[in-house]
Design a protein around this ligand. Structure first.
Ligand SMILES: Cc1ncc(COP(=O)(O)O)c(C=O)c1O
Length: 457
């Protein structure tokens, strides 16, 4: 059979990445906070999540400073969903942060960690009646999301024969699209106003706070200025119409980390405006709008990813190398999208942990899953690594260890490096016993022990 003719192709060898950012050739990362990658994986295995306590505390103090220099009544509230490892939450609470939770599970975790009830903010679109009851009893700050919650809280107020203080989540147009309109009550179409009017009408609920979370990875500080302005004017209207005194403005989270989105041309470290810019916009607008409030409101921030992303690393080992059919180099790692949920959005920095050749070429980095979509980086300029060598993936501290999935693999250990450079395992590697502890086999499926007489010949 005559074979179809294909034109020959000449492909250039790329000696290092030829782009305007210059060459990262030769760079490798063989330690985290002074601890060798080799030592870490010898002791705790691979893959391995590693968190730097020093980085967490430094970032937190910097962020608090950025705000409190400009507006005196500021309170951070740690967004549990971003990373609810006990040890990580403890660091934030030790630094003075409250807890922001969005489910009964998170609420119970905060209580178990010793957070006083009145320092827990309860958000989210689903707060079961029992959870609301607990939060009311503990005097937590509940930000209602929908009418059902308002009805349930009215019912609770009747049950306990006293009014309940609460906040309301408001969504609004701050120029960020698509706007997150599914949470809370819309400001522009007056749904928020009607909800407050309803609350006010029975005298059972007392509105104390306005909450708004614009979205996440917001690169435009001015959006927060718009949001504060709209919330302040709303507070004024509520004071004028219902004599409601707003005591706190909770502006949610949403500040970006220095990660790079797949859609971004420039690296995240260059596009991130910095928390100080957000602090400037928010604080200045609040100060301008003080006449909208009876007294200056407490400013609450539920910043998540911007405080923790950079403190988290994932060490992963190369377990296979392959040339794809088009000749592209590929590497298979022992960590994939199962551990890096956020790889859908981010081009992480992936750095070899050992010195390597200067010759870089287009490379696809796969994870270990038996799933075609398990791609950590669809394209990166990378040297040829060998099985048994490691890479360090960074920043991975936000949302990965809460959104990771247990699909065909045990989830790895997590280690914290303290400020003295000592390592602590803060979550053990999963094992078969842990994975099956909630399962049971019905009686009729139990393996029967056959006695020797009934055994078939
Ligand atoms: C209500 C609320 N607060 C805070 C956060 C934390 O957001 P981020 O990690 O973007 O700061 C989220 C995350 O989506 C949220 O939904």
């Amino acid at each position: 059979m005559k074979r179809e003719y294909q034109k020959p192709r000449i492909r250039p060898h790329i000696e290092g990445p030829m782009n305007k950012f210059g060459s990262p050739t030769g760079s490798h990362k063989d330690s985290i906070d002074g601890i060798k990658v080799d030592t870490l994986i010898k002791e705790f295995g691979s893959p391995l999540f590693v968190f730097s306590e020093r980085a967490i505390r430094e970032k937190y103090r910097q962020a608090v400073g950025d705000f409190s220099h400009k507006y005196s009544q500021v309170q951070f509230s740690w967004s549990y969903k971003t990373n609810y490892l006990d040890a990580i939450c403890r660091i934030f609470h030790q630094e003075g942060s409250w807890a922001e939770v969005v489910s009964l599970f998170e609420y119970e975790k905060a209580l178990k960690l010793g957070v006083p009830g009145d320092k827990i903010i309860f958000n989210g679109p689903y707060k079961p009646y029992e959870a609301l009851k607990l939060a009311v009893k503990m005097q937590s700050k509940i930000n209602v999301d929908n009418m059902e919650e308002i009805f349930n809280l009215e019912k609770l107020a009747t049950e306990i024969s006293k009014p309940i203080d609460l906040g309301i989540r408001v969504n609004l147009d701050a120029g960020i699209y698509p706007a997150w309109t599914r949470f809370g009550f819309n400001l522009e179409n007056k749904a928020a106003y009607s909800a407050v009017a309803k609350m006010h009408s029975t005298g059972k609920l007392r509105l104390r706070g306005l909450h708004c979370h614009l979205g996440t990875f917001i690169l435009e500080p001015k959006a927060y200025k718009t949001a504060i302005q709209k919330l302040a004017l709303f507070a004024k209207k509520l004071r004028d119409d219902f004599a409601i005194k707003i005591e706190y403005i909770d502006i949610g989270g949403g500040f970006p980390s220095t990660n790079t989105l797949h859609t971004q041309y420039l690296p995240g470290s260059q596009t991130n405006p910095g928390i100080d810019k957000f602090a400037e916009m928010i604080s200045e607008e609040l100060l301008v709008r003080t006449d909208c409030f009876s007294s200056p409101p407490l400013l609450i921030l539920e910043t998540g990813r911007a405080l923790i992303d950079e403190a988290g690393y994932l060490i992963s080992s190369v377990v296979g190398t392959k040339r794809l059919t088009d000749g592209t180099q590929s590497l298979t790692l022992d960590a994939g999208v199962n551990l890096l949920f956020t790889s859908t959005w981010y081009k992480y920095n992936i750095t070899p942990a050992q010195p390597h050749s200067d010759f870089l070429e287009n490379t696809v980095i796969f994870g270990p899953l038996c799933m075609n979509i398990d791609i950590v980086r669809p394209l990166i300029q990378f040297p040829a690594l060998s099985p048994g060598e490691q890479v360090v993936i960074h920043p991975v501290g936000a949302y990965n260890v809460t959104q990771w999935m247990q699909f065909i693999q045990y989830r790895p250990a997590i280690v914290l490096i303290d400020e003295q450079g000592k390592t602590h395992q803060i979550r053990a590697k999963e094992n078969l016993e842990y994975m099956t502890m909630l399962e049971s086999i019905p009686e009729h499926l139990q393996e029967k022990k056959q006695n020797s007489k009934t055994k078939k010949k």
